[in-house]
Design a protein around this ligand. Structure first.
Ligand SMILES: N[C@@H](CCC(=O)N[C@@H](CS)C(=O)NCC(=O)O)C(=O)O
Length: 234
């Protein structure tokens, strides 16, 4: 059994998609990050970084319970555990390269673009420009790669595509104001739509819809989500 700690954000969504695609039994445990539940000692024992997603595998290596945190680590761990969605061994260099490209580039730049356009105070034009343009540049790199390929590895649908799907789903927040944000990236748009049309993607999207997550971006939420913006209490 997998205990899956999640909220409705892009990084947990990738893991939800994998769990649904692989048909692994799991217990979904909502973590309300606007209420600060990610900072509780119990959750920090699962992810010392205080972010979702994280999992506990009650049957980890050697039959022992194991925690895994960070969406890319979880995708790799579960893909290796199940032998699913890894592509061919000969494609492993490509798989690792694109997974890490998404984990360290496309994802974080998208996240910062969202932050500076939707959460930060007005007047930070340099930051908005920098992160938006870097997100677009990463989109372009992946779009170029996808020309003539069905999926990131070619014919095989893998965890790299699932990882990209999580963030491409937020393109309208990353490129705020764009009517059809993926239109300039036709191969990326096709990849997103192909993955998004899978039944597992619909099930992943439905996860947590029966839970009431806090939505207000009030002082409690800002302190919970962006603790490093606040000086430590004296
Ligand atoms: N590198 C991490 C990033 C995780 C992350 O930023 N998670 C967000 C949701 S997508 C979160 O937990 N935000 C709440 C917080 O930062 O307190 C991953 O890929 O899992």
């Amino acid at each position: 059994m997998i205990r899956f700690y999640f909220n409705l954000a892009p990084n947990p969504a990738k893991v939800a998609l994998f769990l649904e695609e692989a048909g692994l039994p799991y217990e979904a445990i909502p973590v309300d990050t606007r209420k600060g539940e990610q900072h509780s000692p119990a959750f920090r024992a699962v992810n010392p970084n205080g972010k979702v997603p994280a999992i506990v595998d009650t049957e980890g290596p050697g039959g022992k319970e194991a925690r895994v945190f960070d969406s890319t680590a979880i995708l790799l761990y579960l893909a290796e555990k199940t032998g699913k969605f890894l592509g061919a061994p000969a494609e492993r260099p490509e798989l690792l390269s694109w997974l890490l490209f998404i984990a360290s580039g496309l994802g974080p730049y998208s996240g910062q673009a969202v932050h500076f356009q939707w959460a930060a105070p007005d007047g930070l034009g340099y930051a908005v420009n920098r992160y938006r343009r870097e997100a677009e540049r990463h989109y372009q790199v992946l779009d170029d790669h996808l020309a003539g390929r069905a999926f990131i590895l070619g014919d095989a649908y893998t965890i790299a595509d699932m990882s990209a799907w999580g963030w491409l789903d937020r393109a309208s927040r990353v490129l705020k104001g764009a009517e059809d944000p993926l239109l300039p990236f036709p191969h990326l748009k096709r990849l997103f739509e192909t993955v998004d049309a899978r039944p597992a993607a619909a099930r992943a999207r439905a996860l947590g819809k029966d839970h009431v997550f806090k939505t207000a971006d009030d002082e409690e939420a800002r302190r919970a989500l962006f603790p490093s913006n606040y000086p430590p209490a004296a």
